[in-house]
Design a protein around this ligand. Structure first.
Ligand code: NDP
Ligand code: 8X3
Length: 260
């Protein structure tokens, strides 16, 4: 455990920990000595990560198969946590996705539902399952929502995704206001291009198409975002960062990017 950690021994919950930003964030938090509830739909990847966190970083990890779109599952799984895992202090609302690049009036119902249900409703379901116990315990909690630069400026072919991330930004702001009389801090982390499975999911498994998104530009890595997540989590308790935008050097916002 890092001896400068202010959060060693605390309990964190990361949604979407099977891949990308969520997985890297779990690793960085484990380096700070945080015991971790790791969630996602792909059970075998959760178990692999559990092993890595426990053996490499010496923290405890609890893998929980959880689809954030399913409110009943969120309530029953997170409502039945073993006693030693109930007092969650750190919540990383990360699970999310984009589907396709169709014009908004041509998006399929499945694309619309999966983005809205995961990125907006799922985040709200997890928040309502976790935050009340933080408030009741007067915990010095920290909530990080993974938004996006796409939530600040919309782009063609991404209206639904951008709309969901704008919602995440406004939900983060509202949550921060609702918790202003508590010690809990809320940060909306807004990354630009990060090379993860994100584009593979967006393009329904077409890896060549996904690769092109990051060809000619040095994208961020999920580890880059995880460093920022760990930095925020490990700040002294009087410091709150309401939002933070992180882009590669050659990206100015969700629209302006320079490809070599
Ligand atoms: P990945 O596809 O690599 O990871 C997405 C994670 O979300 C996976 O662990 C996946 O787990 C999980 N997830 C998706 N749907 C669900 C669901 N219904 N229930 C539970 N977990 C789910 O992408 P990223 O790491 O890039 O994405 C993480 C977050 O970062 C997302 O919110 C994304 O919008 C945001 N973001 C990404 C950027 C990028 O350029 N990559 C930029 C800005 C923001 P599983 O499939 O196992 O359920
Ligand atoms: C993903 C970043 O710019 O591809 O949230 O929309 S972007």
């Amino acid at each position: 455990m890092d001896c400068k950690s202010l959060v060693g021994g605390k309990i964190g919950l990361v949604t979407g920990a099977t891949s990308g930003i969520g997985k890297s964030s779990a690793v960085e938090l484990a380096k700070l000595g945080v015991n971790l509830i790791i969630t996602g739909r792909r059970d075998s990847l959760l178990r692999e990560l559990q092993k890595e966190l426990e053996t490499k970083y010496g923290v405890k990890a609890l893998p929980l198969k959880l689809d954030v779109r399913n409110s009943g599952e969120v309530d029953s799984v997170l409502g039945a946590l073993p006693t030693e895992w109930k007092d969650i202090d750190i919540l990383i609302n990360n699970a999310g996705l984009a589907r396709g690049t169709a014009k908004v009036h041509l998006n399929s119902l499945e694309e619309i539902d999966s983005m809205v249900d995961t990125n907006v409703k799922g985040l709200l379901y997890v928040t309502r399952a976790v935050v009340p116990q933080m408030v009741a315990r007067k915990a010095e909690g920290i909530i990080i929502n993974i938004g996006s630069v796409a939530g600040n400026i919309s782009y063609g072919g991404g209206a639904v995704y951008c709309g969901t991330k704008a919602a995440v930004r406004y939900i983060s702001d509202g949550l921060r206001i609702d918790l202003v009389d508590t010690p809990i801090r809320v940060t909306n982390v807004e990354p630009g291009l990060v090379e993860t499975e994100f584009s593979i999911v967006r393009f329904a498994g077409d890896r060549d198409k996904a690769k092109k998104v990051y060809t000619g530009i040095e994208a961020l890595t999920p580890d880059d975002i995880a460093l920022v997540v760990a930095y925020i989590v490990n700040l002294p308790k009087n410091i709150q960062i309401p939002e933070i935008i992180i882009t590669p050097a050659h990206q100015a916002d969700s629209v302006h990017k320079h490809y070599e």
